[in-house]
Design a binder for this molecule. Sequence first.
Ligand SMILES: [Fe+2]
Ligand SMILES: [Fe+2]
Length: 271
Amino acid sequence: MQIDRRHFIASLGGATAVSLMSHEAKAEALEAYMIQQLNPPVVAGRKFPKAADVEAQIETRFYRRGVGNLFLTTAEGAKVKKLAPMPANPTLVDFFKLRFTNTANHCFQSARVAMKNKMSDEVVLACLLHDTIQEIMKSDHGYWGAQMYEPYVPAKTSFAIRYHQALRFFEDKDHGYVYPDLYRNIFGEDYVPLPHMQADYKMLKNHKWYLEPRMVTVNDLYAFEPGVTLSIEPFLDVIGRHFKQPKEGLGNDNSPVAHMWRTIAMPDNPL
Ligand SMILES: [Fe+2]
Ligand SMILES: [Fe+2]
């Protein structure tokens, strides 16, 4: 992708502001900028694309938008990088440090908001994990993510991860969730959520755990702060209390989802 340096620097508040940013913060900001440029409003004079405009973009890309971050780089001319090897018995923290590099900071930001607002451990953990599955799969990511985490986390946490995806499409101003402009850009302003998400929304409205996924969507809204790079340290306690780390390591424990962890660990394996 062609980067307009001056426009990028201006978007960060000018050269002085950029000089004060850490190396990681600059890298994060550049990535956010590129993502934004990849999803520009398609029709001149209109703020948001229509769903039909979004569909028309499909054949302008060399990749499908549902693919996980680990499998490609969308920066024009760039190549994917060699990944650091995983330890023999990898833990969740190892995955955060070595494989969740595209999603970790957004998830840390979201979990930090949840902690600040004194939400339950289950919700903080759900926020911490909610989009990490996007390293291998973006399409229907709430359902994939819940499945991958289900054997290791409390039931409320996987419930919140599963249904945050559907609830992102449905506004709930009473609980502080407004429909995000990000989605008007990604899906088109007239996009209609798919039938399975409508059905899940209908089910969730009367569910006793409605607020768990709803709080993930609320904290999601405040988790795209550019230039704020967080680490996993503040969340080690909640992971220690609630994440059932298998002693053989994630991917080696013969669980029904072990292959998902192995795929994240070894995305270069051709088969
Ligand atoms: Fe998500
Ligand atoms: Fe998110």
